[in-house]
Design a protein around this ligand. Sequence first.
Ligand SMILES: [Zn+2]
Ligand SMILES: [Zn+2]
Length: 385
Amino acid sequence: MTDRSILIHHPDFAEYDFGPGHPLRPERLQTGLGLLQACGVYDPLTDSPAVVPATRTELALVHDDVFIDAVIGAGSGDAPPAVYAHFGLHSRDNPPFPCMHEASAFVTGGSVGAARAIMRGEALHAFNPAGGLHHALKARASGFCIYNDPAVAAAVLAREFGARVFYVDFDCHHGDGVQWLFYDDPGVFTLSFHETGTYLFPGTGAPDEIGEGAGERTSANVPFAPYTEDASWQEAVEGLLPDLVERFRPDVLISNHGCDTHDWDPLTHLSLTTASLVWQARLTHELAHSACEGRWLALGSGGYEWRRVVPRSWAILWAEMAQRPLDDVLPEAWVREWEIAEGAPMPRTISDGPGTVRRIPRRAEIEALNRESVRLARSFAGLPN
Ligand SMILES: [Zn+2]
Ligand SMILES: [Zn+2]
């Protein structure tokens, strides 16, 4: 069996672009993959296989035909945008853009191709930084997500390979789309760690969302209080993820590494540092080997500090997957390039120094709230407390 890690990328992934002023910046591919190359841990020629778009049949594994038609129509500008409002395509979050279908199907194809490469033994681990569009629903775009690539990849793994899939979502927002698409499916487990829906989009992800019908107890959720810091986050993840993976016995792991949990993210309110991103990449890697013979698909997902956080997050994850040494000190040329381009200071190291996270006087209260969330999630999952 190969131990190869592949990184899924194509320059045209940058066509997935909602336009100037939208928080999901396509420039993150440039800053992020630029850092990986500057660090000497990524070579596009040898690490990145060819990518093909997801087919309509693949998309239809989780999306309605009328929705796919609406995405095609909205992207070709064949009707006033309001016509597509019903499909979530006429909003500030998901405004139609030219070739919206083609760009979205291409990113999804990256995750599907990665999933197949893993199951066919062509790669052991695969990372699609542009993937992880976890909010898209059966017939509705949502939260910057048109097609739900984690869900399409999970459906391909389940239908084509008969694989049991464990999906773990570390993004700051609840992984609602993936959860609802497999809510009654016993073959796909969805576990999401996220900032509580009381304060953050999409508002769901309570511990009592556990799946339904045949899929009961194949969804789990841990909502975190705003200003959660590293120690509490790690305690909660450790307190649930390994037990659920062990009990479910998956064949393959899909992980969503949205780094909008970082303290500097402009859209969210958690207070993690890169120490947690390092920690969760290592834990997921260990679980992939201990539970799934190494089969692991990782997705980049959210992260809106596209200069100071996203690149470091991707470097951390990819270096862990490919087991390549990553210096703590960032390459000076890369730091200077983005400092000059953006006229703002950049971090100098992968690790976040003291003072990155402001001390919150309510720390003990926040930790207690998070412990209660884990206790509830364990109870709903039928695990001992
Ligand atoms: Zn997010
Ligand atoms: Zn490995």
